[in-house]
Each structure stands twice: as C-alpha cells, then as structure tokens.
Design a binder for this molecule. Sequence first.
Ligand SMILES: C[S@@+](CC[C@H](N)C(=O)[O-])C[C@H]1O[C@@H](n2cnc3c(N)ncnc32)[C@H](O)[C@@H]1O
Length: 309
Amino acid sequence: MGPEESHQPVMVNEVLTALACKSGVKAIYIDCTVGLGGHAEAILNATAPYGKVIGIDRDSAALALAQKRCASFGDRMILRHGSFKGLIEIAETLALSEVAGVLFDLGVSSMQLDSPNRGFSCKATGPLDMRMDPSLPRTAADWVNTLHEKPLADLIDQYGEERASRRIARAIVQYRKANGPITTTDTLADIVCRVIRRKSSWKRIHPATKTFQALRIAVNDELGELDAGLSQAISLLAVGGRLVVISFHSLEDRSVKNCFRATAIASTPHEKPRRFINLYKKPVVPTGEEITRNPRARSAKLRALERVA
Ligand SMILES: C[S@@+](CC[C@H](N)C(=O)[O-])C[C@H]1O[C@@H](n2cnc3c(N)ncnc32)[C@H](O)[C@@H]1O
C-alpha cells in the first residue's frame, strides 16, 4: 500500500461542512496543501460531477502521490507546484479571479514525517534537512550550524515555545565546538535529550519535538508563508466563498485567529464593499473517535471564514 492509500485526512467531514461542498454545482476549490490528496479526493467526491479542485503543494513528491490518488477524477483535479506566497500568481495563470473555497491543512504530511531521508522526525535517523521543497536554499543543518547561541536560543524559544531554549542552544554550540557540524536528526535529538533529562516531561511528547518544530518553521518560513497565503486566499473568495484552515500548534492558530478577527472587523459594510464573518466562535476540534483512530489529529483546530458580501 502506498502512503497516499493509507493516509487519513484530518477532520474530513468537518472540512466538507465548513467548505459547504455540494454536488451538482460548478464550484472551484483551491487546496493549498494538497499533500497526499486526501482532502482533495473528499471534496471531489462531495462536489461530483462538476466541482473542481486546484491542488497546490511546495513538495513535488507529495504532488506525485496526490496525482496518483486522484487520477480517476481526470480534469476535475488540477495540480500545481508552488507555495502559499504564490497563490494569486497560480490563480492568475489559471484565469481564476474568484473561487468557492480555499483550504489550508497546515504542517507536514504523514509521508514527509515518515520519510527519514526528509529529516522531519526526531524519532528517526536521517539527514537534518526539513525542507518541504528540496529546492529551498537552507536546510535545518544550515540553521543549526551557523546561528550564534543567542539567535539560536531565540529561534527555539519563539518558534518552539520551548522553555529550555537557552540550555538547548548552549548545548548545541558546545557540541559544535567539540565535534564539528551537526548533520543528522539523531545527533540533534540526543543533544536535546541530554538537556531535558526529567523523565516526567518525556511522557507526552519526545523531548526534541519543540526544537524540531522551531527549526522546521524557520527552514520553511512557515509563519511568513501562512500570513501571505491567508491574505491572498481571502482576496480570491467569491461571495458565499469559505476559507477553511486546520492548524496544529498555537503559533499557527494564533495567526489564523488574528487574521480572521481583523478581516471580519475591518470589512464593515460602511467602509468596504466586501464583508466577512467568522463561521465558528470557537475552533472546531476532532472527535474523540477520530483522535483514537488517528492520534496525529489530536492537536488539530479548524477555523473558517465566509465572505458574505
Ligand atoms: C498536513 S499536509 C496536507 C495533507 C492533505 N490535506 C491530505 O489530505 O493529504 C500539509 C502539506 O502542505 C504542504 N505545505 C506546507 N506549507 C506549504 C506552503 N507554504 N506552500 C505549499 N505547500 C505547503 C506540505 O508540503 C504538505 O504536503
């Protein structure tokens, strides 16, 4: 079984509801994080026979798997390589000015996480890479081996929300001085584990999870990409169109919440012709049954914005 076949998309029914997918309508959706094509496939099934999905990903390996999974939909599925920052440009090349819905399912895919050679997981041995798009200029090893102690600690603190960030940065710099560059995931994970020794804090997540998250966010400029992607997606919504975002950690969710709040407030009917509402007061979270079936869904939060005028 290929990874695209075993992959379970997160909160798939909640996504279809939030996007208001209907059959028999000629609607176009953009899936900005097509990944292994799980959500795209569900949208295409729910909007048969006319609905179309433009699937975007910055990872060519993911696009190849999405292509395989959704081949039976023919020209109802269009795939493009690109990042959130290039969303409007991709829409323009397809002569699209307005769409019925845009989806972001943030973070890394199970394929990326489960491929040791991509370097995303602190639990597997591989090169310290973490680039979602392998043509990006700097790997995680480049960040870890070139930053001075203070900016490295700030990065781990800011993007990983790691309380031991200063001690971890100091240990990394000491290791570099004694042994040379850190090039593999297990070397970095070991350095962090030696700093965070308390067994009690190991129970829920691996001790290096937050440090790895921080590096991944930096390598892929994830928060810059998210801000640019959200504002471009909002500008592409038709009246009645929905923007749906699933986030997996508090930094992402904060950006989404602030963006939606500012968009809904700014667009009063007196000031601007476009108006938006937050569809849900609180983020929608996975059911207990989904978390049991797919533990990776446990930290997911779904928010949705609708253009109402
Ligand atoms: C959680 S996975 C999506 C899984 C997908 N919804 C599915 O059902 O298979 C996130 C995907 O988004 C892609 N991605 C993350 N940030 C991106 C960005 N800024 N631009 C384009 N793709 C991005 C990743 O490469 C990854 O394949």
